[in-house]
Design a protein around this ligand. Structure first.
Ligand code: PRX
Length: 638
């Protein structure tokens, strides 16, 4: 048996012994009393009775051994700033923010919503929350007021931490007006708002509620805020993600299990070593940013590089495609993490850029978030001369489900496949309707995970245990298994291939979005009667959103000018409410939408038509003409 096969077998057959060993990778104030408790399956408790703290493990623990080594390197080609913080300096910065939050009333179990750009203060704030035992809830800075409002309402934060603005490609995006509008829309109002002023956009402060961070942080310059010891099963954070309904789900994570899972993944999967530099190009607003910009690398004693800016700039802020490689050279990055879309963007540029810098420090590039196509994988693998490691996971899992664990044993990767199940994950493929396990190679089914789910996996949906069980664990009749909502196959060597989502989630440039949220935004437009939004394959972004709208005024259908104007209005509405990321690539106007006789929208059939595929079984369709109309709309003459 190969070394990894044996490692995996132990994790599945003797999970308690396996994870007790992994638990030694982190510091505990008091060791766990019980490694695994499944009495309330599918809810799982890992390391109950153990007390620890994420911030202690990410920062304080390293002070004695590597206090003066870099911990956080923050580079922005948007503002032309570059700064490195040692573990000692990071420790001080985090305590300043922790003391400021404390002064605003934040304590253990309180929610702090973070709506910030990729600036070091965002990481300080996350770590400060962890230090205090407060639950952070980071909302991606690219989301606009309606998305933010629904998250504020669900998380009910005591304090919101934000900044004056973000910047993208030199274009300043003022956050404060979006935040003010979100708070106005939300039923819940935070007690206080803490604002970091970057000097990019003016801010109107609301008396009594809004506090500028600078004077508070300065006041607490020498603050010493001890870590609050938490039970391993206490909540560390929630992060919102999209699903089948328009209402985002708060994915809730524990403390001890998460710390152990990250420490183990840094060792066995990413093979990152203390004292080295890790560079993930993601954003703190996504799960990759939580696990592999902030917590994972720091827990491993690595310096983490936070980059604000496009991949197509240079350190001198001039357009250049070399920034990432320039940073790899400058900071001797050993492990890098990105998404296939970003690589596809770079692929359009001069390949000489890859040769311009000394990339000899780099050992591997990890790519995740969306399917990695073979041409992209080959291009970057040949360009960099290091292994490209595809890894498949979800906001819900917190760390890779499928990949190769080169830290355990060097394992061959196959183009098109993220790899094999990681230790702790019992991955199966089930028949969509019968729920039968598909064991023969290359049979397509739904990818599921059998419990108990490993450490780091979501505990539940924030404040909604029932939704957690109903949404994720009850999709297969007669079986309690976790559905990933992804289609997949497994080949004869046990490698998995992911074939897209089974639900209404789409993946735009590696960003997970719910088509229902976009539909809700569009149907709020006064001139819209009905709408369907589907994800359509796109060569660069993986998928883009495409909207089909039935206008209230039928005259729009025959009037190209009116249609163009309404398309613009609809796009603007989505960008204003949800964020530019969610804006559909096109809005098409039709007289009717294809539905079943019982009135269900046939989104899958619409998607198939958009991608030039066979729409499949249409026996339940009410009006085949509606699908025909969509086909005509899409044709060049249409
Ligand atoms: O459909 C799968 C796709 O992204 C979804 C999860 O997105 P998110 O919650 O944003 O978490 C991303 C964490 C990396 C999955 O259900 N996906 C993620 N990674 C891959 C992938 N599809 C194919 N290959 C991957 N490597």
């Amino acid at each position: 048996m190969s070394r990894y096969a044996e490692f995996y077998r132990r994790s599945i057959e003797t999970p308690e012994a396996f994870w007790a060993e992994q638990a030694e990778l982190i510091d505990w104030k008091t060791p766990p009393r019980q490694i695994l408790d499944t009495t309330r399956a599918p809810f799982v408790h890992w390391f109950a009775g153990g007390t620890t703290n994420l911030c202690h493990n990410a920062v304080d623990r390293h002070l004695a051994t590597r206090g003066d080594q870099p911990a956080l390197i923050a580079v922005s080609t948007e503002t032309g700033t570059e700064r490195s913080y040692s573990f000692k300096e990071l420790h001080a910065e985090v305590q300043r923010v922790a003391a400021s939050l404390k002064e605003l009333g934040v304590g253990k179990g309180d929610r702090v919503l973070i709506y910030m750009p990729m600036i070091p203060e965002a990481a300080f704030t996350m770590l400060a929350c962890a230090r205090l035992g407060a639950i952070h809830c980071v909302v991606f800075g690219g989301f606009a007021s309606a998305s933010l409002a629904s998250r504020i309402e669900d998380a009910t934060p005591k304090v919101v931490v934000s900044a004056d603005a973000g910047s993208r490609g030199g274009k300043v995006i003022a956050y404060k007006p979006l935040l003010d509008e979100a708070i106005r829309l939300s039923m819940h109002k935070p007690d206080a708002v803490l604002l970091f002023d970057r000097g990019l956009a003016p801010m109107d402060l609301s008396e009594g509620r809004d506090h500028l961070a600078a004077p508070l942080v300065e006041k607490h310059r020498d603050a010493q805020v001890p870590c609050t010891w938490l039970d391993a099963t206490d909540i560390s954070y929630t992060i919102y993600t999209s699903g089948t309904t328009g209402r985002p789900k708060g994915v809730q994570r524990d403390t001890g299990g998460y710390a152990v899972a990250l420490a183990a993944s840094m060792k066995h999967i990413f093979d990152g070593r203390a004292g080295e530099t890790y560079f993930s190009t993601s954003d703190i607003g996504w799960v990759v940013g939580h696990s592999y910009i902030v917590y994972g690398p720091l827990i491993a004693g690595m310096a983490t590089l936070m980059y604000e800016g496009l991949p197509t700039q240079g350190l001198d802020r001039q357009p250049d495609g070399g920034i990432w490689w320039q940073l790899v050279e400058k900071y001797k990055v050993t492990v890098m993490f990105s998404a296939p879309t970003a690589v596809r963007v770079l692929k359009k540029q001069d390949p000489a850029l890859l040769k311009k810098y000394d990339l000899s420090s780099l050992r591997a590039l990890f790519l995740a978030g969306e399917p990695l196509d073979e041409p992209t994988a080959r291009w970057i693998s040949e360009g960099l001369g290091v292994p490209i490691i595809d890894n498949y996971w979800q906001t819900e899992s917190g760390w890779p489900i499928l990949t190769v664990a080169n830290g355990v044993e060097t394992t061959r990767s196959k183009f098109g496949s993220p790899g094999v199940p990681m230790y702790g994950y019992k991955v199966k493929i089930l028949h969509e309707s019968t729920g039968e396990e598909l064991t023969a190679p290359n049979e397509k089914g739904v990818v599921v995970i059998e419990g108990p789910t490993p450490p780091g996996f979501m505990q539940t949906v924030w404040r909604d245990d029932e939704r957690f069980v109903d949404t994720y664990w009850k999709t297969v009749p007669g079986k309690l298994v976790y559905s990933t909502f992804d289609w997949g196959i497994r080949d004869e060597d046990g490698y998995y291939y992911i074939l897209g989502r089974t639900d209404d989630v789409i993946n735009v440039a590696g960003h997970r979005l719910g088509t229902r949220e976009i539909e809700e935004s569009i149907s709020g437009h006064a001139k819209v009667a009905e709408v369907a939004v589907v994800g359509v394959a796109d060569a660069l972004k993986g998928q883009v959103a495409m909207a089909f709208v039935v206008p209230r005024d039928g005259a729009v259908l025959g009037d190209a000018q009116a249609a163009l104007a309404l398309e613009g209005e609809v796009m603007k509405q989505v960008a204003d409410q949800l964020g530019a990321l969610a804006r559909p690539a096109r809005v098409h106007f039709v007289g009717a939408l294809p539905k079943t006789r019982s009135g269900k929208l046939l989104r899958r059939a619409i998607q198939a038509v958009c991608e030039g595929r066979d729409p499949g079984d249409l026996t339940t369709i009410e009006d085949p003409g509606a699908l025909q109309q969509i086909r005509q709309t899409l044709s060049p003459q249409g």
